[in-house]
Design a protein around this ligand. Structure first.
Ligand code: AOY
Length: 478
């Protein structure tokens, strides 16, 4: 069998929904009880690093992969061929089922997806999404979609981590400085550290639910195309090591002077540890180029990029305070001359933010003086278990009889699943999951039905929902 494809014939990875599943799911249509008419499944975080999650990203997956006539004869034929070779058997692939969807539904998926609105901050252990087939012949489709839909673990986990970074930084701004600076205090440096361009787009978008600073351009495109965002994030001119070291070791100060001259106004960031971060601060920025920095119409942001971050950032502030002067704010903390600030990107993660900010606070430096870059730890150093995401069947209808379904393994009660059709309630800002026949308004909104997207959220709406409210009290994290 020839499966080679010319460049023109070749469909792009991701373009055939029938192949966006785990191999074993190709065979599951044969495994449900005879007479199965409905499979109802739900998605939840079963706990993890944080006790609430920021639900985000489903809309991208639904619009990119599920909306419209996604089943075509070509796609069925391609999937059938792949499945036959892959599983070594022609009869395991559900060709009839897919051809039924093509004929009966015009290639539109007969499923209903309900979800909590994006940007909602929901306690773990609650239903976030439900999926059910709308055509009894397509009982097998619900969990065929698990593989793809569970990938929302990623944007939801990034948005959750990013929001907790925001809470953490806010606590220090509130204590030692100006909380209004929060939007640009955590910049996304993560594009190079993720495993794909698509992941950069998705994860970077999730960070921008909480902040406005990013260097991950892919996220801007995704948010423009899927969340109606004209410009979701912002950046500034900044140096990398090559643009400094290309001038030669003896000419680092010329490289730095050039930065001030090439970008004469606004904020400019310069990585300053190429040879000696301390000498760069005292002898170059704080001496040779001092008048140029002070005379410049804008802010210079100095970026250390090596060493023990809490120690280096403090020492850099002490040197810059010495050279450029500082004032004491109304909270009693030191704030550098407003022409200079510091950004730390190297080694940043959730714990490091606290270690740096604690050390600064102890030494009476305001959090206003610093911002952070975060790359791998923001977009890549997390996995589905960070918030223990799972998608499980909780109900079926067999021969017209609706039944609860659940798992309860004796080997791990953490893996128990919920039973029955579910409803998400909110009381005084706290979410509860109950069975669907309970009274009360369901927070889950139908976002997809029979091939059509029913409800779209804009980035502005998502941001509004995820905003920090009362963050010093009830939202304190572990
Ligand atoms: N960007 C703020 C603007 C961005 C960056 C990107 C990896 C920036 C650096 C900076 O100031 O220094 C990817 C490392 C750094």
């Amino acid at each position: 069998m020839d499966v080679s494809r010319s460049r023109e014939e070749r469909s792009r990875l991701g373009d055939n929904l029938l192949l966006l599943t785990d191999s074993y799911k190709l065979t599951h249509w044969r495994q449900y009880p005879p007479g199965t008419e409905k499979v109802y499944s739900y998605f939840e975080s079963r706990g993890g690093m944080f006790d609430k999650v920021v639900f985000f990203g489903l809309q991208y997956f639904v619009e990119r992969y599920l909306e419209g006539a996604v089943v075509t004869q070509d796609k069925i034929d391609e999937a059938a061929k792949i499945a036959a070779l892959h599983l070594g058997n022609e009869s395991l692939f559900n060709r009839e089922g897919w051809e039924y969807i093509l004929r009966k539904h015009g290639g539109m998926l007969p499923v209903s997806i309900k979800a909590v609105p994006e940007g909602s901050v929901v306690e773990t252990h609650n239903v976030l999404v439900t999926v059910e087939n709308t055509d009894p012949k397509c009982y097998w489709l619900t969990n065929y979609l698990e593989t793809l839909l569970v990938q929302t673990w990623y944007p939801t986990t990034v948005a959750t981590l990013s929001r907790n970074m925001k809470i953490r930084i806010m606590e220090y701004l509130d204590e030692t400085g100006n909380p209004e600076l929060i939007d640009f205090k955590l910049h996304d440096f993560g594009f190079r550290g993720v495993s794909s361009v698509e992941s950069a787009g998705i994860g970077g978008a999730a960070h921008l639910v909480n902040f406005k600073g990013t260097d991950t351009i892919a996220s801007l495109i995704l948010l423009r195309d899927y969340y109606d965002a004209g410009m979701a994030g912002f950046s500034i001119p900044a140096a990398e090591h090559s643009t400094i070291t290309a001038w030669g070791r003896e000419h680092e100060s010329d490289a730095m002077k050039n930065m001030l001259e090439q970008f004469p106004t606004g904020t400019v960031a310069v990585v300053s540890d190429s040879y000696n971060i301390y000498k760069a601060c005292s002898d170059i920025w704080g001496d040779k180029l001092k008048e140029k920095v002070l005379g410049r119409n804008g802010m210079l942001v100095i970026r250390p990029d090596s060493g023990d971050p809490p120690e280096v950032v403090l020492k850099v502030l002490e040197i810059l305070g010495d050279r450029f002067g500082y004032s004491r704010n109304e909270k009693g903390y030191k704030v550098l001359n407003d022409k200079v600030r510091v950004i730390q990107g190297d080694g940043m993660d959730y714990a490091m933010a606290r270690d740096i900010l604690d050390n600064l606070m102890i030494h009476k430096w305001s959090a206003d003086n610093v911002s952070f870059g975060m790359g791998g730890a923001l977009l890549q150093k997390l996995n589905r278990d960070t918030q223990k995401f799972a998608f499980k069947c909780s109900g079926v209808t067999v021969d017209g009889k609706e039944r609860d379904v659940y798992k309860e393994p004796i080997t791990d009660p953490g893996k128990n699943s919920k039973a029955g059709r579910l409803k998400l309630l909110r009381e005084n800002g706290t979410y509860y999951t109950v069975k669907a026949d309970n009274p009360g308004k369901d927070e889950l909104v139908e976002v997809f039905r029979d091939g059509r997207l029913l409800r779209k959220y804009t980035l502005n709406e998502v941001r509004e929902r995820a905003m920090l409210r009362n963050w010093l009290g009830s939202e304190h994290v572990k």
